[in-house]
Design a protein. Structure first.
Ligand code: TRP
Length: 337
């Protein structure tokens, strides 16, 4: 561990582009905290296979895609260790040990597992899918992470990780650290349709990789207050998705926009233009960083290789302690037959 710094671990499944919801739900926290904490970011490619096992041809593209999203968002590879889950076999080993004392019923009742199963239409859950929160507990605890910045859908998984760590420490020896969740300022950003949370699969997202034209167009088409037909009609910002985004991404102007909307002195077209402008000025530095890395694929690969190497060496050390604690170290001592 870096001297005196506590450790963060967090990450994502590489299943598609990251969007504004990811940004305010957890990415912004990661960028902010990477100086203060020893920060690890896992690209959970094995976890992605729990829902996308038939579409593995996209995996490599998605792993590099999410890495670009991270780097564009301001994750600094000098400060944060970005690594690939499947390349740390010790995580899978620890998952197996944890699975010995984790109850199937507890997994079945995990609300995030349940809602994802419904979303993917899984009638009969696979063993790997049902068990992914156990693997996630291993992702976190093998690095002895203190803090896990995530969206609020991940809270049941962090709770399980805490229980597993407590159980392990109690059953064997106290070698593991109990992690804590840190949820972002806006844990569930609403999507452009105003109906559900922002999500790639619902087609209601502004991606960090969108061009300024795409952002302009998406905001132009965003749902607003349906009661407002003419510009001079008084608006209801409290039910307007565009105003919600002003609150989150344009806090400095939100109060003025709110009163101008209520009085009917700003119309939806102008209000949306101001939002799109604000979003684009936030996204512009990300586009610049993305462009630089895109032009240098070798460097991106090296960042992942170096991060994975470093993460692997931490995981190896923890597993020596874990195996010792569990007495799975048959060749380390004298034997008497
Ligand atoms: N479950 C997380 C998601 O769906 C991804 C993830 C895997 C993760 N391992 C993790 C998040 C460890 C935090 C910590 O996005």
């Amino acid at each position: 561990m870096q001297q005196g710094k506590k450790r963060i671990l967090t990450g994502d499944r590489p299943t598609g582009n990251l969007h504004l919801g990811h940004y305010v739900g957890s990415l912004a926290n990661r960028v902010k905290l990477q100086k203060e904490y020893d920060s690890f970011i896992i690209i959970a490619d094995v976890q992605a296979l729990t829902t996308h096992w038939e579409k593995d041809e996209n995996l490599s593209r998605n792993v590099y895609g999410i890495t670009l999203d991270y780097l564009a968002a301001g994750i600094d590879p000098e400060q944060s260790t970005i690594f690939i889950q499947s390349m740390i076999p010790e995580i899978h080993e620890l998952t197996m040990y944890y699975s010995m004392f984790t109850s199937v019923n507890v997994l079945r009742h995990n609300p995030t597992v349940k809602s994802e199963a419904a979303q993917h239409g899984f009638q009969d859950m696979t063993y790997g899918f049902l068990g992914y929160p156990v693997s996630q507990a291993a992702d976190i605890s093998i690095f002895k992470a203190h803090l896990v910045p995530v969206g609020d859908d991940q809270i049941p998984h962090i709770e399980l990780a805490r229980k597993i760590v407590r159980r392990f420490n109690d059953l064997y020896r106290p070698v593991l650290v109990e992690p804590e969740a840190l949820v972002g300022d806006v844990p569930r950003l609403v999507g452009l349709d105003g109906k559900a949370k922002m999500s790639k699969s619902l087609n209601n997202a502004v991606f960090l990789s969108d061009s300024s034209e795409q952002v302009d167009q998406k905001i132009r088409n965003a749902v607003t207050d349906p009661a407002r037909i003419r510009k001079t009609d008084p608006g209801h910002p409290e039910i307007c998705t565009v105003f919600e985004y002003h609150r989150v991404f344009n806090a400095g102007e939100a109060a003025e926009i709110e009163s101008d909307c209520r009085s009917g002195s700003i119309g939806c077209v102008a209000c949306k233009k101001r939002l799109a402008h604000q979003l684009n000025s936030m996204l512009e530095p990300m586009r610049e960083r993305r462009g630089k890395y895109q032009n240098n694929p070798k460097q991106v690969k090296e960042i992942l290789m170096e991060g994975t190497r470093k993460a692997h060496s931490v995981a190896r050390e923890t597993m020596v302690e874990v195996r010792q604690a569990m007495n799975i170290n048959y060749f380390d001592h004298e034997i008497h037959l």
